[in-house]
Design a protein around this ligand. Sequence first.
Ligand SMILES: NC(=O)c1ccc[n+]([C@@H]2O[C@H](COP(=O)([O-])OP(=O)(O)OC[C@H]3O[C@@H](n4cnc5c(N)ncnc54)[C@H](O)[C@@H]3O)[C@@H](O)[C@H]2O)c1
Length: 364
Amino acid sequence: MTVRTSFVGAFSGKRVLLTGHTGFKGAWLSRWLLDLGAQVTGYALEPDTTPSLFSDLHLRSLMDSRIGDIRDADRLSAVLTEVRPEVVFHLAAQPLVRRSYAEPKYTFETNVLGTVNLLEAVRACADCRVVVNVTTDKVYANPETGDAFDEACPLGGFDPYSASKAASELVTAAYRDSFFSGSDTAALATARAGNVIGGGDWAVDRLVPDCTRALLAGDPVVVRNPGSTRPWQHVLDPLSGYLRLASVLLGDESLAGAFNFGPDPAAVRTVGELAEEFVSVWGSGSWSAPDTGAHPHEAAQLRLAIEKAGRELQWSPLWDFDTAVKRTAVWYRAYCAGESAPDLIEADLAAYEVAARVEGAAWA
Ligand SMILES: NC(=O)c1ccc[n+]([C@@H]2O[C@H](COP(=O)([O-])OP(=O)(O)OC[C@H]3O[C@@H](n4cnc5c(N)ncnc54)[C@H](O)[C@@H]3O)[C@@H](O)[C@H]2O)c1
């Protein structure tokens, strides 16, 4: 592992609890926090993909990894009582729109009651100073006008996943107003990011892993909804936002609230454009969008306004669409050719920190 000193050393020696550490974003964030010198405890289910970034990064032995269900309030609370985290990042969720149509009850239990369980455990934890609840760009009521959503836009959610994340936002706001408004309580914030890409995601029903599996098998990439736009971003962009938010809140709890961490407007591209670019960087293969009949509803247009994060946190995204897709496709190609995930992650983190210094990022 590499020692990293960014975020003004805010995480060095800190006890950090990260739910969802066995997932895609959670594994990247665990690795970055370990490099920053944090004492990281994770709480999540066993990874449910093969391969998984969690296993490839050897996180089971590098951090304090607890396997448990976020719906199990007693077990979760026992872990917080034992670990006494100072900072909590909440990423554990059922994060897939299509699965939420198949399993709405499980999605609501995990994403809404899971948030309640976590915040109840935090209430009993005197040492906790900051909680960042990771939700999504899909929490906004979406009239499909193409306008960007800012943090004051109304919450909503057509499908169970989006609605569950909007409800998780409401739960967080209610707990902040009801139980965490005093100066000696934790600062509660929510973070709404766009569609994330990057090496090491192996989930089903996500565009980049689906592209990789098809290209490896020599099949054409099959894309649904090729005309839908999404705010694509490399995983390190929102993660830098979550870390920046937590580090600022450690010094100024008055900023507790909701923050969008989306890409530059130019990175809002269609699903078809991402498939095209991914296949082009991969160097072979093709993609198509056969009409396979009716699909469950998914938002056609999604944009995030990110002025608040720029103004209050001095945060901005660093990697544009082309860079994000290129680094992602190159990551998968190198991994599939036998390069190690820890080396590939290290290369991305190092390049990202260089970009941050060149751009004068406040956290670098
Ligand atoms: N990937 C994206 O594009 C994206 C975009 C916006 C927001 N998000 C949000 O970011 C977070 C992480 O997403 P991801 O892409 O890493 O997803 P992922 O599926 O790779 O990881 C999900 C994590 O949550 C854990 N989890 C799921 N159900 C659980 C349960 N019942 N109990 C305990 N742990 C449970 C899993 O074990 C895993 O560690 C989620 O909250 C998701 O909604 C993701």
